[in-house]
Design a protein around this ligand. Structure first.
Ligand SMILES: Nc1ncnc2c1ncn2[C@@H]1O[C@H](COP(=O)(O)OP(=O)(O)OP(=O)(O)O)[C@@H](O)[C@H]1O
Length: 511
């Protein structure tokens, strides 16, 4: 490798009140290198990215660019030094249109447009307000805006976490292209598949400190996990209770959906969810999964079809109706679910407040025990617990899940619940979902990480073009089979899928 690193940071420290977000972080990047920054939730990755891109000032540390100390006192200064980020959450100002957002950061329009096309969004209207653009497209726009600045070092903080597989592929292709032209990329992701496919080396942070730099080669993953988790108990891959078991034969489904329709997005979906079953929902971006979950959670009104809970027809005019029917929703966008200025405990206890207040001290005791148990199981980092907005992204996501574990909902709808969650905690979430199923609760689980289906689910329900196109038992739902199905490709009919009657019907059935 070249003798002079492009970027060399050492001894970086940052404290937020009592919380030491970074204690002694170092990071060295070569020209043309794709470098992973890894660490458990709360290890300090985002803080380091914010420091390197001028959004946060460090308390200590030395940052050299091509051997020279550079002041990175503001995002504009960092940009001039060649360091440009794409943060975890979308950064376009929601009430401005795209063109005004570009003006704000002095982004040249034509290169931006070219990148947007390259990333697979052919006809973007620059007059569109950011608020009206879907999350996955916003991520693409954030990336295109960063690329248009022609950065020497592009810093991607969980860029692919909110993206469907096809868009994530394009992002990865762009990252490879950057490195071919001698530019460097710092890549934060909790997905090992991406890290191994893309990165040359990985720097591992633990509790705010750099604990190792690992060259990516066979076996590197194990070493990285060891470094990330340190003395925390390592639950190895595959240790999570897998699929299988689940629905008792002959029992009435907990949730039964027939010919559900939402405008033009959800054309016709029928599915059953049994007691004690975890059913995975798999789909490319925009195939109607948002509408399906919205309708089941009471936040979107269906335009046709029926929903039954325990054999009784229900109509949800409001999310509260779904909650009363025992259906809890863990949305993909955590900012929808959380009261950002309230404490971790209040956020987790939220569903209790309406149900249990009248029971006074007894209920309070029960609430506290349930909240404490959920925090323990999900290993929520409560150092910054007074306001949820101060938690790291992954820990915020855990709070949204913990709420429904504490509340004992009978049916849980999870929309990409492990987005941005570190590898150790993912295992805990898989185990937890299986435990919930073991207690007879039912889980409908949309995931953009296909490998999760075999780890957690009993069956996979694949949606394409607003219809169920296939239902696969977990044993055969590997990534290849799911990818084919998700693209609407027909499966070689070796085994008959376990389709509910209305799905098997040709009018709503698999193609
Ligand atoms: N503005 C803030 N105020 C108080 N504490 C903060 C603030 N920002 C970050 N922290 C704390 O600093 C620590 C490191 O957070 P950071 O977001 O850098 O972690 P991370 O490694 O990016 O985690 P994740 O993988 O969950 O995104 C956490 O304990 C977090 O709660």
């Amino acid at each position: 490798m070249a003798s002079q690193p492009l970027l060399d940071a050492s001894g970086v420290a940052k404290r937020y009140g009592a919380v030491a977000a970074l204690r002694n972080a170092s990071l060295s990047i070569e020209p043309g290198e794709v470098h992973a920054l890894m660490g458990a939730n709360g290890a300090g990755k985002s803080t380091l990215v914010k420091i390197l891109t001028g959004a946060v000032r460090p308390d200590a540390g030395r940052i050299l660019i091509r051997g020279e100390a550079r002041a990175l006192g503001s995002p504009a200064a960092a940009r001039r030094a060649g360091l440009v980020p794409v943060y975890q959450e979308p950064s376009l100002v929601p009430d401005l249109d795209v063109a005004d957002n570009l003006r704000l950061t002095g982004t040249p329009v034509e290169p931006f447009r070219a990148w947007v096309r390259e990333l697979g969004v052919p006809d973007l209207d620059l007059g569109e307000r950011a608020r009206d653009i879907p999350l996955a497209v916003l991520r693409v726009l954030d990336l295109a805006r960063a690329l248009a600045a022609e950065p020497d070092v592009l810093l991607l903080d969980e860029m692919t976490a909110a993206l469907p597989a096809d868009l994530a592929e394009r992002v990865m292709a762009v990252v490879r292209g950057q490195s071919r032209t001698g530019r460097s990329v710092i890549f934060i992701s909790h997905r090992f598949v991406e890290i191994s496919a893309l990165c040359d080396r990985a720097t591992v942070l633990r509790d705010g400190e750099t604990v190792g730099v690992v060259a990516m080669a066979p076996g590197a993953e194990e070493r990285i996990v060891e470094l990330m988790l340190g003395s925390r108990i390592v639950k190895t891959r595959g240790a999570a209770a897998g699929g299988g078991g689940g629905r008792a034969a002959g029992s009435a489904p907990r949730l039964s959906v027939r010919n559900l329709q939402v405008g033009t997005k959800l054309a016709d979906v029928s599915l059953d969810l049994g007691d004690g079953e975890v059913a995975g929902v798999v789909a490319l971006e925009g195939q109607g999964q948002d509408e399906l979950f919205g309708a089941l959670a009471g936040s979107i009104q269906p335009s046709g079809g029926t929903i039954e809970v325990d054999g009784r027809p229900v109509r949800f005019g409001h999310p509260a109706d779904a909650i009363r029917a025992g259906i809890a929703y863990v949305p993909g966008d955590r900012s929808d679910a959380l009261l950002m200025h309230r404490s971790v405990r209040e956020n987790i206890a939220l569903p209790f407040s309406a149900r249990l207040r009248r029971w006074g001290p007894i209920a309070m005791g029960r609430e506290q025990a349930a909240v404490a148990e959920a925090i323990r199981r999900l290993q929520i980092d409560t150092r910054a617990q007074r306001e949820v907005q101060r938690l790291s992204g992954g820990n915020q996501q855990k709070v949204t899940i913990a709420r429904w574990i504490a509340a004992e909902a009978r049916t849980i709808l999870c929309f990409d619940p492990t987005r941005g969650i570190d590898v150790g905690t993912k295992q805990e979430i898989y185990r937890l979902l299986r435990d919930l199923a073991g207690q007879g609760r039912s889980v409908l689980f949309y995931t953009s990480e296909l490998e999760e289906v075999q780890r957690v689910c009993d069956r996979a329900i694949v949606i394409f073009g607003g219809r169920v196109v296939d239902i696969l038992p977990a044993e055969i739902a590997d990534e290849a089979a799911l990818t084919r199905a998700a693209y609407g490709l027909r499966r070689e009919a070796t085994e008959e899928p376990d389709l509910p009657a209305a799905v098997a019907d040709p009018s709503g059935g698999p193609r």
